[in-house]
Design a protein around this ligand. Structure first.
Ligand SMILES: C[S@@+](CC[C@H](N)C(=O)[O-])C[C@H]1O[C@@H](n2cnc3c(N)ncnc32)[C@H](O)[C@@H]1O
Length: 265
């Protein structure tokens, strides 16, 4: 292996980061520094080949996309987050692992679907631990709402897959209410067999802290028409739930502000 001399293994919360750092001549260029003006993204040109496309919305430091891209080299992965700093970490790791099947951009998940994804063009969409937002003034920022699910439905190919999960019980209850209007939902109650410590940084933390993790494996309901989607968006409840401020302390652990034993880093 080209990186046999690289003795240091990167880890977060004690769980190794997937993959290995290659020698520099094998690095990839995964950053999409500037998105084109709104319009359907041409994935064939972007990746230089035609392959199924998987999106990771709110990817954070990108652990789940790293694992998926390493395990599925025949599939192309497009991951986004609104936070440039986490995208920088992720881009470095994806580049160093030579992942030519990954592209990463700074943009909101909803904006990506709305402005850049052609209808019926992606095979899978993943959304791990979207922020619950605790302050009432911020609840309009919640990502998993009927309009967003309608966009997910429209972006997916027939029988396409949507995976969404949260460790916030109120958000989970809300998702359980609205997801079936767009998808056939199966709950993954056990840990992911491919990632028993957690697929993402947040899931690893949630499992280590004993938080309940709601994992929904959703298949697109292909029988739904545009009119059905519009009716669902109009009639489903709004995300007005109380996310429970007491859970905010875990966000500080996740962002690395506070070490797991409670001390400031
Ligand atoms: C709790 S973290 C989870 C990150 C990662 N998916 C994980 O499970 O470790 C939520 C992430 O969503 C990002 N985010 C918040 N609102 C977003 C939006 N509208 N579109 C895309 N990403 C968003 C945040 O910057 C943050 O990185």
């Amino acid at each position: 292996m080209s990186d046999a001399s690289h003795a240091e293994v990167e880890a977060e919360f004690g769980v190794p980061i997937p993959g290995r750092i290659l020698t520099e001549d094998l690095w990839a260029k995964t950053a999409v520094k500037r998105l084109p003006p709104p319009g359907p993204l041409d994935f064939a040109t972007l990746f230089g080949r035609t392959a199924p496309v998987v999106l990771d919305l709110g990817c954070g430091n990108g652990r789940s996309t790293l694992s998926s891209a390493l395990a599925r080299p025949d599939i192309d992965h497009f991951a986004v987050d609104i936070l440039p700093v986490v995208i920088r970490y992720f881009t470095r790791r994806a580049n160093q692992r030579g992942l030519s099947n990954v592209r990463i951009a700074v943009i909101g998940g909803r904006e990506l679907l709305q402005d850049y994804i052609a209808p019926g063009s992606v095979a899978e969409i993943h959304c791990y631990h979207p922020q619950p937002y605790y302050d009432r003034r911020e609840i309009k920022k919640r990502l998993i709402v009927p309009e967003f699910l309608s966009l997910v439905h429209q972006s997916l190919q027939p029988e396409g897959l949507f995976v969404v999960q949260t460790d916030n019980p109120a958000y989970a209850r809300y998702m359980r209410t609205i997801l079936p209007s767009f998808f056939t939902v199966t709950e993954q109650t056990e840990r992911w067999p491919d990632a028993p410590h957690g697929r993402t940084r947040r899931e690893i933390l949630a499992l280590q802290q004993g938080l309940p993790v709601f994992r929904a494996v959703c298949h697109r309901r292909d029988e739904l028409t545009e009119i059905d989607l519009q009716a669902a968006v109009k009639t489903l409840p709004r995300p007005t739930f109380d996310a429970d401020r007491r859970l905010q302390k875990y966000d500080r652990l996740e962002s690395g502000d506070v070490a797991p034993h409670g001390k400031r880093r």
